[in-house]
Design a protein around this ligand. Structure first.
Ligand code: MF3
Ligand code: CO
Length: 251
């Protein structure tokens, strides 16, 4: 069932989303050569708790940390650890934060120091793919319209689509109905209605589409070892279009 949120629920989801945005803004200056992904995780977990939020990922199906940190060819769900960031890396920070029982979820890929042109291209066009999807969010449109817009944009820019993972509804749970795939046909899937809240999250690669799951049971990597980027917003369907509940404050 796809839930329609009440005004009161939407207000709490705005607060959860704002905490997600504030955390991304907080951590950005720390994303530098030499810091470990575990250190980033600790800074963020402390920030979340000090600001009255709950680090929802920690303990979710056994995931051990507050953040997912995915470096270079890691696509999603990287586990923070001893890995030290190097100049020229890219890292995706994905976080879910709870506030009074409601969840906000957003991922951004960040550059560490100076990155090469290929990585810049991948980041720029993965973020733009998210915005192409967002443009389709309005009442009467269908989930497939979002999926199709992302797929078209990725293909036009020669980027691979990670098909095993997709966006999702969100509310009191991190993952609710509907699934929001990053490929699909126009005019298919559930119809969008005001009060629905969904996460749109293209995961695109610089090469092929095949991915592997590492033996840690979480980290998804590209099979060809090429880089991946991931951008995600939590989005409310409004009467006329959409409202981003996890606005970027870090630019
Ligand atoms: N934002 C991610 C997702 O939507 C994080 C969940 S994975 C977790 O899949 F286990 F770390 F929580
Ligand atoms: Co998500």
């Amino acid at each position: 069932m796809i839930t329609i949120k009440s005004e009161e629920e939407i207000e709490l989801m705005r607060k959860a989303g704002m905490l997600v945005s504030l955390m991304h803004k907080y951590i950005k200056p720390f994303i530098k050569e030499g810091i470990t992904t575990k250190e980033l995780d600790k800074l963020c977990e402390d920030f979340i708790i000090e600001n009255g939020g709950v680090p929802t990922c920690k303990g979710y199906e056994g995931f051990p940390c507050a953040l997912c940190t995915s470096v270079n060819n890691q696509v999603v769900h990287g586990i923070p650890g001893k890995t030290k960031l190097k100049n020229g890396d890219i890292i995706t920070i994905d976080v879910v934060i709870g506030y009074k029982g409601y969840q906000g979820d957003a991922a951004w890929t960040y550059a560490v120091g100076e990155i090469d042109e290929d990585k810049k291209y991948l980041m720029e066009h993965t973020e733009k793919a998210l915005y192409e999807g967002l443009k389709m969010v309005k009442p009467g449109n269908r989930v497939g319209d979002i999926s199709n817009a992302i797929e078209k944009y990725a293909k036009k820019h020669n980027l691979g689509i990670v098909r095993e993972l997709c966006g999702h509804g969100i509310g009191t749970e991190m993952h609710e109905e509907p699934d929001v795939p990053n490929f699909g046909s126009k005019n298919s899937g559930p119809r969008l209605k005001p009060g629905m809240v969904i996460c749109i999250e293209p995961m695109l690669t610089f090469g092929g589409e095949k991915v592997y799951l590492l033996s840690d049971g979480w980290t998804v990597i590209t099979a060809d070892g090429l880089d991946a980027a991931h951008y995600e917003h939590t989005v409310l369907v409004t009467d006329t279009g959409y409202e981003i509940l996890t606005p970027r404050l870090d630019d």
